[in-house]
Design a protein around this ligand. Structure first.
Ligand code: GCU
Length: 582
């Protein structure tokens, strides 16, 4: 389903703001009639996690119930009405006026339910959403796993099996939107470059039963194509050639607009939708990552969607701040560690030319996840949802299908090959990777992927305090990795915790000086290898984790503090990266 749009054929109503809220501490809200009437004991802000909005909910990992009412203009009565939630962690159930209209498993990706038949036009409509945030081994990402791949996460509180806090709640916008009865249901754009021409292919999905004309045009150009669609035609495909194309790239993130119009036999406009896109290509050639045929080196960070009080809730102001800081420091790219980021983040990246590796929410798979097909099928569904949502973003230049799963287990070979093939079947225009944290010589999964992503902490988790040795070993391990796999390498994580304000000379672990020396020296080691395509410092900003002895309330590997103030390492990286860009 396309991102909601307001135009002369479509309306949008934001439901962001204050909702009634009640934690279902006995997990019996449904039996007690909460879908009809919520005995709310508070009002909560949406979008945002519930954990940091109320002290008594910080460690509440049950089901939270949301309720709000809205009256709708009768002018919308002839339209189809839809409810969209940008992300809710983890399992959502939605009721409209007491009738269940749908369920969705999984955070970080949107879900949409048609509610046309459940809307009241003579009074208020009650929308109720239950969000079940329970931590479980069969959820993505997993919690409370039996075996342990990465020492340290098992036994933390709460018992999620990854290094970020398992926030619960409605984390992205809730929107009502309308479409006409017949409407544009999907748009998929792929682009190629032929000399100075852009070759654009557009696949247009149409709602069932539409009969009329579908006109597709690229605004600001002579590109226009009109196709008659009979009732049998659920989709149309059109090709365009754009002369003297402005290619999308970080230096010039030019966006074209593809407009789709549906008209009836009298030429009346039934529906219209405008999809922005960039004309660009991305590929791997030998040891290079090519953007529009030119080598690019990915300089930047792993990040989190994380901010005080908001938790995992998104805020346009925080997105703007983060992009301002990424530009300030001289980064050209990020990985959406460890889950798909918001539509709004990716649209901002399209407009401002940030390169993005889009990552699934599969962090910390262990051997038990590879048994049978339940997790594999769930993972494939999530990959489908992620690619269908993000495929038109020019900023997304690659997919990362997992972070630090157990890729030594023999079963991991077939498991990750299956994920690769599934993703490639949905999108053969982008290279695909997974992120390794084990000895590549024993890794059974990386061989199926287009390039290698490594998380390496030589000088932190290993050789702590011995930076010379750590740097030497990092260099040797990188060379060995290329020798074994012969594929281009990005180091997707390297770095050290630094508690802002702690200064020690000579540098010691947890001091700003140690972090600054480690990330700058190791960035230069990685950058100088002939087979590397990127170096992402871990991490952009400090972020909330579960409680464990190795975390001082938050993970402090950020080069910025959680409230986005620069540490010494931010200044040192800015100086290093600005020298490079000259
Ligand atoms: C891992 C993991 C991160 C984690 C980091 C750390 O590599 O991918 O999610 O935060 O190491 O330990 O700081």
């Amino acid at each position: 389903m396309l991102y909601p749009q307001s135009n002369s054929s479509r309306a949008m109503i934001s439901l962001d703001g204050f909702w009634k809220f009640a934690p279902d501490v006995n997990d019996d809200g449904e039996q007690r009639g909460w879908p009809l009437q919520l005995p709310a004991d508070r009002e909560i802000g949406v979008p945002a996690s519930w954990n940091e909005q109320f002290q008594d909910l910080m460690y509440f990992f049950g089901s939270g119930w949301y309720e709000r009412e809205i009256e709708l203009s009768r002018q919308l009565r002839s339209e189809r009405m839809w409810l969209r939630v940008g992300s809710a962690n983890y399992l959502s159930t939605v009721w409209v006026n007491g009738t269940e209209v749908g369920r969705h498993e999984g955070a970080h990706l949107p879900f949409v339910f048609e509610i046309t038949d459940h809307v009241r036009w003579d009074g208020p409509n009650r929308i109720t959403i239950r969000v079940d945030a329970a931590i479980a081994a069969d959820r993505l990402p997993p919690g409370d796993v039996e075996d342990e791949q990465i020492v340290g996460f098992k036994g933390q509180y709460p018992n999620n099996y990854y290094d970020f806090f398992p926030y619960g709640g409605i984390h992205r916008s809730v929107t009502l939107f309308t479409t006409p009865v017949s409407f544009v249901s999907d748009i998929r754009i792929t682009t190629e470059i032929d000399g100075t021409e852009g070759k654009v292919k557009a696949h247009i999905g149409l709602s069932e039963g539409f009969e009329g004309a579908c006109t597709v045009s690229i605004r600001g150009t002579q590109c226009r194509s009109s196709v008659e669609v009979g009732a049998v035609g659920p989709s149309v495909d059109v090709d365009f050639s754009v002369p003297a194309a402005r290619l999308w790239c970080p230096e010039d993130p030019f966006l074209y607009e593809l407009e789709v119009r549906l008209t009836d036999g009298d030429g009346q406009v039934i529906d219209q939708y405008v999809q922005t896109f960039g004309i660009r290509t991305v590929s791997i050639r030998g040891t290079e990552l090519l953007l529009n045929g030119k080598p690019v080196f990915l300089t930047g960070f792993g990040m989190h969607e994380d901010f005080p009080v908001l938790g995992k809730g998104i805020s346009p102001a925080v997105i703007a701040k983060d992009f301002n800081l990424l530009s300030w420091i001289g980064a050209n790219s990020v990985r959406t560690s460890h889950y798909p980021y918001s539509d709004e983040f990716l649209s901002y990246a399209d407009k401002h030319g940030l390169l993005v590796i889009g990552e699934t929410p599969f962090v910390g798979f262990v051997r038990s996840h590879y048994q049978g097909t339940a997790i594999l099928n769930k993972a494939k569904r999530v990959i489908t949802e992620m690619i269908e949502r993000d495929v038109n973003h020019p900023c997304v230049i690659a997919w990362s299908l997992a972070n630090e799963g157990d890729t030594l287990a023999p079963e991991a070979d077939a498991f990750y090959e299956a994920l690769y093939r599934h993703a490639k079947s949905l999108d053969d225009t982008r290279p695909i990777t997974i992120v390794n944290c084990v000895d590549v010589e024993k890794d059974v999964a990386l061989k199926h992927y287009d390039f290698v992503s490594l998380n390496r902490y030589h000088g932190w988790y290993e050789q702590a305090g011995r930076l010379d040795e750590g740097c030497r070993i990092l260099s040797e391990k990188l060379d060995r990795c290329y020798e074994v796999l012969g594929k281009p390498v990005i180091v997707t994580e390297f770095g050290a915790d630094a508690v802002a304000g702690v200064h020690v000379d000579p540098p010691e672990v947890f001091s700003e000086e140690y972090q600054a020396e480690m990330v700058t020296r190791q960035y230069e080691i990685i950058r100088q290898k002939p087979y590397t395509i990127g170096a992402h410092v871990w991490s952009f900003a400090d972020f909330k984790t579960s409680q464990t002895p190795s975390r001082v309330v938050v993970n402090r590997k950020g080069v910025f503090t959680r409230d986005r103030q620069p540490k010494l390492s931010a200044h040192k990286l800015k100086a290093l990266w600005s020298r490079e860009s000259r």
